[in-house]
Design a protein around this ligand. Structure first.
Ligand code: UDP
Ligand code: GLC
Length: 385
């Protein structure tokens, strides 16, 4: 029998966003594998705790906050660093059977390194390739490299697959593996949880995403301005250089006079508990969401979901059967939906039962791990023949 694969997992960030939470599950039990990160941060420690040897490049600092609108002044000094990381990556990749890039920046550099390393390369693409998030040059480079160098491109949803193909990506490369989660609700009443967590006892809604313009927290704030008496918790922080948006959001809340009703809780590690404590989980992304782990987390927690009708959300929520959908960026529609759910919560009971069952059958962790495990094995076997 073939030995367990030695995989080199590559990520550009040291922070832990949704894509990195998936990575932390994928690496479980792979003690013979390693991780290569472009910067320091909590991800390195979390990977090491799972038994991987972690290499943090000393060249890549600052890459995770480098965006398509960053100036060339910032880009130029980076170029030398990128060449150095690529060389380092090629050297490390040689000692592995498969390279697994978990972000687009990781993929681009792994693909270039692969010219020398020549290892089968998997790209786990957690993004929707579109002009909203990627410049034309970035999109062309990613797709060009994927078509030529990637052995497989894993995406979490039909929406992410469609965007990759629309950008010119080869259909045959794509494997849709829905994200999987395993969270069990705790057997405590909502009110008791609120007391324990120090949350208000009246109508309470929550949003649980990192703070970023496209995640649309400002739309929820606008909607709450139209719903006197309703409190909101905004959980999450700016993880990837979106500090200006975070500051703007706090100004918006102050200017609308909502500081006593909207509570910023920052980044939390107890999201499932907090989620179980609210009356409604809102997912207000204004751009199409590639997947949205928080949707499934809410379904598992037995909490009603209101999400924007774009990206993977309509699929996950089965076009309204497992949660409510509103148009993206429409605060009035969101306020109306919130009002409806908060005033007659009992109506949603059957939907909650359905949603929780759907989350367990379609988005289970074991299913995701089996699919990705098989894919890694096949990619390695394919390279060996
Ligand atoms: N999350 C967290 N703490 C926070 C905010 C979010 O642990 O303060 C988690 C959240 O529970 C979810 C993940 O971060 O599991 C975000 O993943 P998602 O797919 O929803 O969005 P992403 O941020 O990856 O775009
Ligand atoms: C990305 C996407 C999010 C997805 C996560 C895991 O961060 O923004 O929608 O759930 O990756 O695939």
């Amino acid at each position: 029998m073939m030995s367990r694969e030695r995989v080199l997992f590559v990520d550009h960030t040291g922070q832990i966003g949704g894509a990195e939470l998936i990575l932390l599950d994928v690496v479980q039990g792979r003690n013979e594998s390693s991780a290569f990160l472009f910067e320091r941060g909590p991800l390195a420690q979390a990977l090491a705790e799972r038994g991987l040897s972690v290499i943090t490049s000393r060249w890549g600092l600052g890459l995770s906050t480098f965006r398509r609108d960053s100036s060339w002044m910032k880009a130029l000094p980076l170029a030398g660093g990128l060449a150095a990381i690529t060389a380092e990556l090629a050297r490390v990749a040689r000692g592995h059977d498969v390279v697994y890039a978990n972000s687009q920046k990781a993929f681009v550099l792994s693909a270039i390194a692969n010219v020398v390393a020549r290892k089968p390369l998997i790209w786990h693409l957690h993004d929707i390739i579109s002009p909203v998030h990627f410049g034309a040059m970035q999109r062309r480079t990613q797709v060009f490299l994927a078509n030529r160098v990637a052995a497989k491109v894993i995406v979490p949803s039909e929406a992410a697959a469609a965007a990759f193909i629309a950008a010119g990506g080869r259909r045959a490369l794509v494997e849709i593996v829905p994200n999987g989660l395993s969270v069990e609700p705790v057997p405590v009443s909502r009110q008791e949880l609120r007391q324990r967590l120090g949350l208000p006892s009246g109508p309470l809604v929550g949003v649980f995403s990192r703070l970023a313009q496209w995640k649309g927290q400002h739309v929820l704030v606008e909607a709450l301005a139209q719903l006197p008496g309703v409190h909101g918790v905004i959980v999450g922080d700016a993880l990837f250089g979106e500090q200006d948006y975070a500051a703007q959001l706090k100004r918006q809340v102050a200017e609308l006079g909502l500081a006593d009703r909207i509570h910023f809780l920052g980044h939390r590690r107890d999201v499932p508990l907090l989620m179980q404590a609210v009356d409604v989980m809102v997912h207000p992304s204004i751009d199409p969401e590639p997947f949205g782990r928080t949707l499934v987390e809410a379904m598992l927690a037995g909490v009603p979901v209101i999400a924007t009708d774009a990206g993977a959300a309509p699929d996950i929520l089965e076009h309204g059967r497992a949660g409510l959908l509103v148009p993206p960026g429409d605060a009035r529609a969101l306020a109306e939906a919130l009002d409806a759910v908060l005033s007659e919560p009992a109506i949603l009971e059957p939907q909650l039962v359905y949603a929780s069952r759907r989350a367990r059958t379609h988005y289970s962790l074991s299913r995701m791990l089996d699919s990705i495990g098989l894919l890694i094995r096949n990619v390695r076997a394919g390279a060996a023949v």
